[in-house]
Design a protein around this ligand. Structure first.
Ligand code: GDP
Length: 445
């Protein structure tokens, strides 16, 4: 998948640092060199790589010391923060006009995924209670209007298109008329799908610039295929010069792209990535979060998504209690048990585990994952006394034996559970304090 190789190589680089008690300048240089190579092999643009590695090097050698982390973890934290920075920093949401309709214009090469994205976006907006209108301003490709019609129908969105058989038509006029039509019919959002070419060309740019001038959009979204690798930067720059845009949509992030486009475009153009398109289905669209993407690349697991999902499934009260527990560091096996029960509500356990740190390399184990594991865990915890659940330090050998007998498990099962719980509790505390969680295999924080 996208970023797979990059992730593996960065993880490997950090693993090599794990045993170091102290980082020497030579360690830092070696690590930075490996990061540099990994990024270049992932098709990240050279200027971006240079700036990135220079910053990481400077900070890792500087006296910025965080005593809570070991040296390897400090490097991971620096790399994480710099990754977030080149991905655009803060999440940027779609901006709506004060006076509807909000006009969103799409631009990009042919095949970049504009029409598909138009469908996905209108569906998402419609779900949120908006009344989007799609304007078919791609009059270049013979089948484009038809394609948009199909997409609009599937997405449950309205469409404005020139009459079929009316000759080629003028995309600027169609766009302008479409916006007028939206006002009349009280659509609060307009999405203009424009024509692309296979390569950047002057006429295409002029047409797009004219549509922009005629419709004064609130957002111009540049759609770029994550698979195009090193070409991404030149294409993005050409569109920035020719039309300019307010945000970027990365498409086909579900493919085998090495990720370079994603890592270069925001930094090179100074424009934020707003959406990631991750499949051919109408629902395969995600708001882009630079911090989550960085965590994914570093294989830290998508902890925020995990916590969010957990919170959705939890009763609010329950979530509040857990948050308080985490803050006061009193997370116990009883809470663990309560969480397990909540987790059942969340459906796919595999998906949950897949978002936990370090699980990227544990696909096989995930596939072997068995829902009965929860039953066994529950049985063990239920065989403990309340005092034991609150304080695992009480669990000496004879208590563990009693619990094993009571639950029908072995002492090894009990030991494993207690060990796993202690690790989880430690990780959750770190996350609750806003820190970087321990990466399995890198030693305790
Ligand atoms: P346009 O020419 O820019 O309008 O591009 P299209 O929307 O027609 O997309 C071109 C091709 O890419 C189509 O076959 C789409 O199904 C496919 N496509 C678009 N977005 C995605 C995506 O996020 N993932 C995958 N796998 N395919 C996509």
């Amino acid at each position: 998948a996208t970023f797979g190789t990059l992730s593996d190589r960065l993880t490997e680089t950090f693993r090599n640092l794990r045993t170091k008690g102290k980082l020497t300048p030579a360690d830092v240089d070696g690590t930075v060199r490996e990061i540099r190579r990994a990024l270049l092999d992932a098709d990240v643009a050279l200027p971006v790589v240079k700036e990135f590695t220079a910053k990481v090097r400077e900070r890792a050698l500087g006296d910025e010391v965080n005593r809570a982390l070991n040296p390897a973890q400090q490097v991971v934290q620096i790399v994480n923060e710099e990754l977030i920075a080149i991905l655009g920093g803060e999440q940027r949401r779609l901006q709506f006009a004060k006076n509807p309709p909000t006009v969103i214009m799409l631009a990009g090469l042919q095949g970049s995924g504009k029409t598909t994205f138009a469908g996905k976006l209108s569906r998402q907006l419609a779900k949120d209670g908006h009344t989007p209108l799609l304007i078919a301003a791609d009059l270049q490709r013979p089948n484009a209007v038809n394609q948009l019609q199909v997409v609009a129908e599937r997405a449950g969105a309205a469409i404005y298109a020139p009459e079929p058989g009316n000759g080629v038509g003028d995309p600027v006029k169609v766009s302008r008329d479409g916006v007028e039509y939206a006002k009349q019919k009280q659509h609060d959002i307009v999405i203009i799908d424009t024509a692309g070419r296979l390569g950047v060309d002057a006429e295409l740019m002029k047409q797009a610039a004219n549509i922009r001038k005629a419709t004064d959009p609130d957002e111009v979204l540049f759609v770029i295929d994550a698979m195009i690798g090193q070409d991404a930067v030149n294409t993005a720059k050409a569109f920035q010069d020719g039309v300019d845009f307010t945000g970027v949509v990365l498409s086909k992030l579900d493919g085998d792209a090495r990720g370079g486009a994603a890592l270069s475009v925001a930094s090179v153009t100074g424009r934020p990535i707003i959406y990631a398109s991750t499949g051919e289905g109408l629902d395969d669209l995600e708001a882009f979060h630079p911090d989550r993407m960085a965590s994914r690349i570093l294989d830290l697991g998508d902890i925020l998504t995990l916590i969010e999902q957990a919170q959705q499934a939890f009763d609010e009260e329950e979530a509040l209690k857990v948050a308080e527990k985490l803050a006061t560091e009193q997370f116990t096996l009883e809470d663990f048990l309560a969480q397990m029960q909540q987790m059942r509500k969340m459906g796919s356990m595999k998906k949950m585990l897949g978002m936990l740190p370090g699980m990227g390399s544990m696909k096989q184990q995930l596939d072997d994952f068995d829902e009965r594991e929860i039953d066994r865990t529950e049985a063990i915890i239920r065989s403990m006394t309340p005092a034991e659940r609150r304080n695992t330090k009480l669990l000496n050998g004879s208590r563990r034996l009693r619990i094993a007998r009571g639950s029908g498990m072995t002492v090894t099962d009990v030991n494993q559970l207690v060990q796993r719980f202690d690790q989880a509790a430690k990780m959750m505390k770190t996350v609750a304090r806003g820190g970087v969680p321990n990466i399995p295999g890198m030693g305790p924080i």
